[in-house]
Design a protein around this ligand. Sequence first.
Ligand code: PDD
Length: 286
Amino acid sequence: MTRIVHVNGQFLPEDQAVVSVFDRGFLMADGVYEVTSVLGGKLIDFAGHCARLARSLAELEMQNPHTDAEWLDLHRELVARNGVVDGMVYLQVTRGNPGDRDFAYPGADTRPTVVLFTQSKPGLAENPAARTGWRVISIPDLRWGRRDIKTVQLLYPSMAKMAARKAQVDDAWFVEDGAVTEGTSNNAYIVKGHRIITRHLSEDILHGITRAAVIRLAREAQMEVVERPFTIAEAKEADEAFVTSASAFVMPVVEVDGAMIGKGTPGPVVARLREIYLEEMRKSAI
Ligand code: PDD
């Protein structure tokens, strides 16, 4: 089956969808994106992703081309047309095609470019990696200073992912001024005693939608969550560690820079959080 994608109001087979060579997303990485997961054909935490999209666009003084209701319709239609049961919807909005290359933003007559496509991942929530956990390395955080805006400038995270691959591990954790900021495409946590520790929100990290839900659900389950920076040394001494993202949900981390975390296998706190998160998200999926 050919994948159907969405470009600027049209649903098209993927090989017929085109964007201009002058598009500022292509020339300047002048665009933002969202990834919303789909479980059982329904969207997970859709309102959160819509709210963050609006915030990213506002921070870059870009128009939001759709209302939340329109975004929901587009997501649902794409999921239905592609028969996605489990997977993701990728959404990107760029500042559009001004017809030439210029550093200055174009005027309001340049319409944003809107692209959405699906990625089918049958059994996404039953990812076997959740039973063994990820191994990570640390790497200096050389990204720009507005990581709270979900832009499509993903070259350094890609370089970090390749460094992880070369080291034969699953991912990399960025370190800045001695503390972990986040993973290449996820938020990072350690568990010490009964405490879950994760970096506080600021312009240094993406305000993960999964992070917000996991913290809320952990607190509702009477678990203690402390939002502060932590170091790689602390991670090595932690009982458990994990990352969260829309595609990995709650993923255990069992090794950092070659040092085993806890027993080197996924621990009970992370297993419980993953269970609670998936249960609640399935319930509230739309
Ligand atoms: N990445 N931090 C970074 C740098 C990210 O790129 C992401 C998400 C997260 C987690 O955010 P959320 O819980 O809202 O997915 C944290 C997506 C999944 C991606 O780029 O594919």
